[in-house]
Design a protein around this ligand. Structure first.
Ligand code: TYD
Length: 213
């Protein structure tokens, strides 16, 4: 089973994934956690290029899109597919929906083109379940503190992040059966408990389906 976590900045995905992995291991599942961009040696190098602040104002959106896909292609082939073939549950912090939300809705790049590039990069691998950690853009960015803080952003950046959030809502509307929304403004323990409940039930239901067939 391939499970991804999505959400705006500061939604707390990273700590949720760690707690979720621990709980699933207690339940007897073999779990692999990974993240995007990165998750492989090559992907981590690509991540460093994407994140490097000295490229911030120079990197073209197209170039950025392709770098995200390069990292993703490597991750799918080197890590995700082998783990799924071994029967592991794969938990990934961001995946293709981030490209659709950030580059598609955020940077307003043609979604149809993006879907084709994603298809090429992933060979069509889609998540079985995606959790959306829901927090308003303002609150998420404020949680991040001064560097990514909402109040420090100019109008363009604020509007970008609002489009990303709306984009996620659109993606969820298009494919509601794949998504589960968790309110990320609850206490960290409540968020973890809700996420664990959703995922454990999902995996058990799937196991029962396999046992029956
Ligand atoms: P990261 O530091 O991992 O942030 P977060 O903790 O919010 O996941 O940085 C990832 C950034 O890259 C984040 O701003 C989202 C962005 N991103 C894209 O724009 N497109 C993509 O396809 C992916 C995977 C990430």
């Amino acid at each position: 089973m391939f499970i991804t976590l999505e959400g705006p900045e500061g939604s707390g995905k990273t700590s949720v994934i760690l707690k979720l992995a621990e709980r699933l291991r207690q339940e007897g599942f073999e779990v692999l956690t990974t993240r995007e961009p990165g998750g492989t040696d090559i992907g981590d190098e690509v991540r460093a290029v994407i994140m490097d602040l000295k490229h911030k104002d120079r990197m073209s959106t197209r170039s950025e899109i392709l770098l995200f896909q390069a990292s993703r292609a490597q991750l799918v082939e080197e890590v995700i597919h082998p783990a799924l073939n071994e029967g592991k549950v794969v938990l990934c912090d961001r995946y293709a929906d981030s490209t659709l939300a950030y580059q598609g809705y955020g940077h307003e790049i043609d979604l149809h083109v993006l879907r084709q590039i994603i298809e090429f990069a992933t060979g069509g691998l889609q998540p079985d379940l995606t959790l959306f950690l829901d927090i308003s853009v303002e609150e998420g960015l404020q949680r991040r503190g001064d560097d990514g803080g909402w109040n420090r952003m100019d109008d363009y950046e604020q509007a970008f992040h609002q489009r990303v959030y709306k984009g996620y809502m659109e993606l969820i509307r298009e494919e509601p059966q794949r998504w589960e929304i968790v309110l990320a403004t609850q206490s960290p323990d409540q968020v973890a408990a809700q996420v664990e409940h959703i995922v454990v039930n999902f995996l058990k239901k799937h196991k029962r389906k396999i046992a029956k067939s």
